[in-house]
Design a protein. Structure first.
Length: 104
């Protein structure tokens, strides 16, 4: 059994892992990440795909951007969003594979 003094990593790292899982545990944010894995999209396109208001999507994108999970670039008058780090998406794929294996 590990104690805080024998963990193979810093307590701060555990806190960061916990924060990441809290952020990606929201179904709306997860959906956005899966959409952005396919292609770069504007807020309007994401909102339309998810049948949600743009303001709600913007709020979730702000959280994802602050957490460095998505990034944005300006194209004309629009902000276009994409995944900032594919490592996070590989975690999501592993979780999905785990769930699908359990369903069999």
């Amino acid at each position: 059994m590990y104690t805080s003094s024998t963990l193979p990593f810093k307590n701060e790292s555990l806190q960061e892992v916990s924060k990441l899982f809290k952020i990606i545990s929201d179904p709306t944010r997860l959906s956005i990440l899966f959409l952005l894995h396919k292609e770069e999209l504007s807020v309007g396109s994401i909102a339309q795909s998810m049948s949600m208001e743009q303001s709600a999507i913007s709020h979730q994108l702000k959280i994802l951007k602050t957490s460095r999970l998505v990034k944005a670039k300006r194209v004309g008058k629009n902000m276009i969003y994409s995944l900032d780090d594919l490592h996070v998406f590989s975690i999501l794929e592993q979780v999905l594979t785990h769930i699908e294996e359990q369903e069999k």
